[in-house]
Design a protein around this ligand. Structure first.
Ligand SMILES: [Zn+2]
Length: 299
């Protein structure tokens, strides 16, 4: 394995801080009404991530779920004390489309207030549960900006069964947002990393794509993005670095999605960190002339 970093493009490294049982894929086995009784494993895994980043002198973005901040406030404080960027993953881990406009607004505002109270720092970044801002839910973006966020990283510019916005540009942009309440404050959007192949954009942003697909998919997408001078955004969940987590019977495809590749994920993350330059998402500059009015995209 080479440790050479061939370019100076700094990609965004992020962790969505939630328990395994918060993942939508798990809800058949661990529906929300059982969450209070599920064993928590997030704290020990986050400590491992913080040690790994500390060893390498790396800073990253941590999107913390409101439910986690409420139950484990010490985790939030350790993330901030270690010098990482604290961002919001919403409160309840419900998807924007399921919450609806009013429910989404309450969820987003509650999470940001809670994280700021617990940490004492201002929260500028947001990521919706399960990348659930995209085609059909672009109305969520002015709500994110009016809640006080300066940037968002919820849009996955791909076709997918659960999320995605295939018409969305792959590079970070400044958004011009307006709705029936008028213009919304400025918001930068950092979409999740994709790779252009055979006339289509394919997801390559870490997470399940790093765990389940050949290593070259995410590694190659980062390299291709850097070659264009464009930083990419990748994500991981703590539970993806926790092979010792309790097993639930989720049925065929869901079981594969959740449990495959857990043993190799730590090594794959280390190799990515060896090969590419990473930093917090909010530090990625967006050129002034790169602007998008989402209302102009096809519905
Ligand atoms: Zn999540």
């Amino acid at each position: 394995m080479t440790t050479r970093k061939p370019t100076t493009v700094v990609h965004g490294l992020s962790f969505d801080i939630e328990e395994a049982f918060h993942a939508l894929n798990m809800w058949t086995a661990t529906p929300p009404e059982t969450w209070d009784d599920q064993p928590s494993r997030v704290e020990q895994v986050v400590d491992g991530i913080l040690s790994l980043l500390d060893e390498r002198g790396l800073k990253a973005t941590f999107f913390v779920l409101g439910l986690v901040a409420e139950a484990r406030p010490a985790v939030v404080r350790r993330i901030v004390e270690a010098g990482h960027e604290l961002a919001s993953h919403g409160y309840s881990h419900r998807m924007a489309g399921d919450l609806g406009r009013e429910g989404f607004e309450q969820d987003v505002r509650r999470a940001r207030g809670l994280l700021q109270d617990v940490s004492g720092v201002e929260v500028a970044g947001f990521r919706a549960s399960t990348f659930s801002i995209g085609r059909g839910t672009r109305w969520a973006l002015p709500i994110v900006s009016r809640a006080g966020h300066a940037w968002d990283s919820s849009v996955f510019p791909v076709r997918h069964d659960r999320y995605g916005d295939p018409d969305w540009p792959s590079e970070p942009v400044h958004l011009d947002l307006h709705d029936d309440q008028g213009r919304a404050p400025p918001l930068r959007e950092y979409p999740l990393l994709t790779r252009r192949l055979l006339g289509r954009s394919w997801p390559a942003a870490g997470g399940g794509y790093l765990r389940l697909l050949p290593f070259g998919v995410v590694d190659g997408a980062l390299r291709a993005s850097a070659a264009r001078g464009q930083p990419g955004v990748v994500y991981l969940h703590p539970w993806e670095l926790d092979p010792g987590q309790p097993r639930h019977d989720l049925g065929g495809l869901r079981t594969l999605r959740h449990y495959s590749g857990l043993q190799r994920m730590g090594e794959r993350l280390r190799t990515l960190l060896d090969r590419h330059a990473f930093g917090p998402i909010g530090d990625i500059p967006v050129p002034d002339d790169r602007r998008l009015d989402p209302a102009r995209l096809p519905d």
